[in-house]
Design a binder for this molecule. Structure first.
Ligand code: BGC
Length: 349
């Protein structure tokens, strides 16, 4: 009888140890999640700012049970290089991938490798073709609404033009404009270009197109292209529409280095709301931009990555078609620039 009681007590203690995980320190219980972030290039101001935000939100999501290691790699603007980088990250044992594709129409190799190892992919910024995204249930896209950004840029520009007759420098009732385009084939470039022009026309601005130039989202390339345009058209240019802020800054740099006085310059508009442009809007060199919510995108990516890693049910997301998380843009011009300058100084918005 006594033996029987001792055996029962021992069994009870053993069950207790198993159930409470007794004996393990907190540290041993901490899991490590490895996130591989693969950029299309490390030479893009908006993408670098977004990556900094992502790091911040991953750090915020760590706790005593979860350590997060985020590794960032460069796709070097070459899809086959990016494919190799992803392969290396998978071999090194990453748990979730965040990929900004070089070529948004060519994700097949990456999808195939990730699917084979059951590693979820969050694509961001460069939207894969819908059919590709639908291939597997562990793939998502986080980005902005390209059409909305073009519409907002057009609305800000129309307001500035209607408020100041002086924008029509030659007084011919039309606004002669040039457009700096991001990159052939990029959804943001194509859609922003179409929607900004359409919005200006819908808002009763008569436009005359002088030239469209690709400058690959890049400040230096835009400065080059803009210098050529100024040499060709001079003061005829009344409006510069740029698919992003970096290229808008390139346009300002071209006018600066050609010594154009303020009154002879066109009005200039960007998209992104990067800190240099916020300062340029405050100082009046650029008349407006559209805030590309990098903080919101990064926060959603970090949360989604952790939920996918933990196998949590995906509640609390504003999914479109169960795959897309699309963040809104915001207009920024002289009327509200102060809010953005303050917000941009420190902690993420
Ligand atoms: C941003 C650009 C950036 C591009 C890269 C766009 O959404 O507005 O600044 O260069 O994404 O893919």
């Amino acid at each position: 009888m006594k033996k029987h009681i001792i055996m029962t007590i021992m069994l009870f203690l053993m069950i207790l140890i198993v159930l409470t995980g007794c004996g393990k320190s907190n540290n041993e219980k901490q899991k490590t999640m490895r996130v591989g972030v693969v950029l299309y290039t490390q030479d893009d101001a908006f993408i670098n700012a977004l990556t900094d935000c992502l790091k911040h939100y991953f750090e915020e999501m760590e706790d005593e049970n979860l350590k997060i290691i985020m590794t960032v790699r460069d796709g070097k603007d070459d899809q086959s290089v990016q494919d190799d980088v992803v392969e290396g990250m998978i071999d090194a044992g990453c748990d979730v991938l965040c990929v900004d594709l070089v070529d948004r129409t060519a994700p097949s190799k990456i999808i195939e490798m990730a699917k084979k190892e059951d590693i979820p992919i969050i694509f961001f910024n460069r939207e894969p073709v819908r059919e590709d995204l639908m291939q597997w249930d562990k793939m998502y896209y986080v980005g902005g609404d390209a059409e909305q950004s073009g519409i907002m840029q057009g609305e800000i520009a129309a307001d500035v033009i209607h408020a100041d007759e002086g924008c029509d420098k030659n007084g011919d009732g039309r606004i002669q404009y040039v457009l700096l385009e991001g990159e052939a084939g990029h959804q943001d470039a194509i859609i922003r270009t179409d929607s900004v022009v359409k919005t200006l026309m819908d808002n009763n601005v008569k436009l005359e197109k002088l030239s469209y130039q690709f400058a690959n989202w890049n400040r230096a390339q835009a400065e080059n292209k803009m210098t050529q345009l100024i040499e060709q058209y001079g003061e005829e240019i009344e409006l510069v529409l740029s698919n992003n802020d970096e290229m808008a800054l390139g346009a300002v740099a071209a006018y600066d280095s050609m010594g154009y006085p303020e009154e002879k310059r066109p009005i200039i508009f960007g998209i992104d709301g990067l800190s240099d442009v916020l300062v340029a809007v405050e100082e009046g060199q650029i008349q407006g931009t559209v805030y590309n919510d990098k903080e919101g995108q990064a926060r959603q990516m970090a949360k989604l990555a952790v939920d996918l890693y933990k196998g949590n049910s995906l509640t609390g997301y504003d999914f479109k078609d169960e795959k897309y998380i699309i963040l809104s843009y915001k207009k920024v011009d002289a009327s509200n620039i102060k809010e953005y300058i303050i917000d941009d100084t420190g902690a993420a918005k």
